[in-house]
Design a protein around this ligand. Structure first.
Ligand SMILES: Cc1ncc(COP(=O)(O)O)c(C=O)c1O
Length: 425
């Protein structure tokens, strides 16, 4: 039986409608921005393999570092033991994170990074004896992961529908705009002494549909929340590591979060790793003679040495001029593409063109509802694949989020394929 048939027999793929699903394409190799299948077909990975891969596939520098580490230490229990990659990575991250962070807690992925953040924030108030502070704030259209805590603070919609009565209570508010800030503050004022924390994706709500909002508005809201001593949790799982043009989305704002979550591009997109960082003040609430104040949380692969090594290697690559220039190049090209898209907007073929950093997004106008179930995605991805580009729309939301090593020629090819689709194929 060939690989595709065996896959169909044994494997259940994520976020995949199982009835009439298309066979999964066996990928045998990745080279920079390109994925290569078993028949030698090439696809430009225009979504960085679910937003993780920033330095390209098959990166030899990262691979070598992982191999060298693998010969020394591949895994060790992280209670009572430590190792150089974990310590070095924590030290390096704390120097660059946007905020006054002093402790790093490792986990496995983006969902666990946000779960840890929520547990730290909730338990903080319990540890300091303020049991009234038990409400949680989050934004409409947010996405913080697929585990139960992360789902609870995410938009109650199609992704969480089946579990709605099992999710904990959260107060959802709109993302801030110049117009609604007063209203948001009034809403928060009602519960202000009862709110433990807010969790938010700064400036970009990815899985909610690549929705963008402005730093000055978020800054003002954060200022208000911080005055009310509400713990601010920035979920930078997607926005970190230059995705939105600066090192972190937090670098666009004066007001900093108290906790930050990282994953995805943290290891350059090579290995699974999550980070939750917090301030000294928050950490201190867990240092006590009372053992019940311990953070009872950990994963078998916490701070996996190979993953930490990959993250260190990725950080080295990010700091190089070449990487920063490539990011600028993507931003410049997106700007030109934006102009090309305007005619399609004027002709009501698309709407809501927006961009931030290395991401550009818009919606295709259809007679169906604008959401994840919009059927345009059934034809869009195969259309692009046939032309050598991998793009995965979210319903009728089309977006490009390429690896930073992408060339101008490859970007132009992606744009060309999208324009051809908009012209009616
Ligand atoms: C902002 C944000 N937080 C959390 C997650 C969950 O990360 P993971 O898929 O690694 O669990 C995602 C994933 O898309 C995300 O975009």
């Amino acid at each position: 039986m060939d690989l595709q048939k065996k896959d169909e027999k044994y494997i259940w793929h994520p976020y995949t409608h199982q009835k009439n699903r298309l066979p999964a394409i066996p990928i045998v190799r990745g080279e920079k921005s390109t994925l290569i299948d078993e028949n030698g077909n090439q696809y430009i990975d225009a979504v960085s393999s679910w937003w993780v891969n920033i330095h390209g596939h098959g990166n030899k520098f990262i691979a070598k570092k992982i191999y060298e580490q693998a010969k020394k230490l591949q895994q060790v229990i992280f209670t009572g033991f430590t190792h150089a990659p974990a310590v070095e990575l924590a030290e390096k991250l704390l120097k660059v994170l946007p905020g006054n962070f002093s402790k790093i807690f490792y986990s496995d992925n983006g969902s666990t990074a946000t779960e840890v953040a929520l547990k730290i924030a909730i338990q903080y108030w319990s540890n300091v004896g303020d049991l009234k502070r038990n409400k949680i704030l989050a934004f409409h259209n947010s996405y913080h992961g697929d585990t139960f805590g992360a789902m609870s603070v995410s938009e109650r919609g199609i992704y969480t529908f089946a579990f709605q009565d099992k999710l904990f209570e959260v107060i959802f508010i709109d993302t801030p705009t110049g117009e609604n800030l007063g209203q948001l503050k009034d809403e928060i004022e009602k519960y202000k002494n009862e709110i433990a924390c807010i969790i938010y994706e700064p400036l970009l709500q990815g899985a909610g549909g690549m929705l963008m909002y402005q730093p000055e508005d978020l800054n003002e809201l954060l200022h208000f929340l911080k005055e009310e001593k509400i713990i601010c949790i920035a979920d930078e799982v997607l926005t970190g590591f230059y995705r939105v043009g600066k090192f972190f989305a937090g670098n666009y704002m004066k007001e900093k979060s108290d906790i930050i979550c990282l994953s995805k591009a943290l290891t350059g997109g090579t290995m699974a790793l999550g980070v939750t960082a917090c301030t000294q003040e928050i950490y201190d609430a867990f240092v006590s003679d009372d053992k019940t104040k311990t953070l009872f949380h950990g994963h078998s692969f916490t701070a996996n040495p190979l993953a930490c090594t990959a993250a260190l290697a990725s950080l080295e690559l990010i700091k190089k001029d070449k990487c920063l220039k490539s990011i600028e190049n993507i931003m410049l090209h997106h700007q030109k593409f934006h102009k090309q898209l305007l005619t399609f907007k004027e002709n009501n073929i698309i709407k809501n063109i927006r961009k931030t950093g290395t991401i550009i997004a818009f919606e295709i106008c259809t007679s169906e509802k604008d959401d994840y179930l919009n059927n345009i995605s059934n034809s869009f991805t195969p259309f692009c694949m046939k032309r050598g580009v991998y793009l995965r729309s979210m319903g009728n939301t089309i977006y490009i989020m390429p690896p930073y090593c992408i060339t101008s020629k490859e970007l132009k090819k992606i744009y060309g394929v999208i324009l051809e689709f908009l012209e009616g194929g």
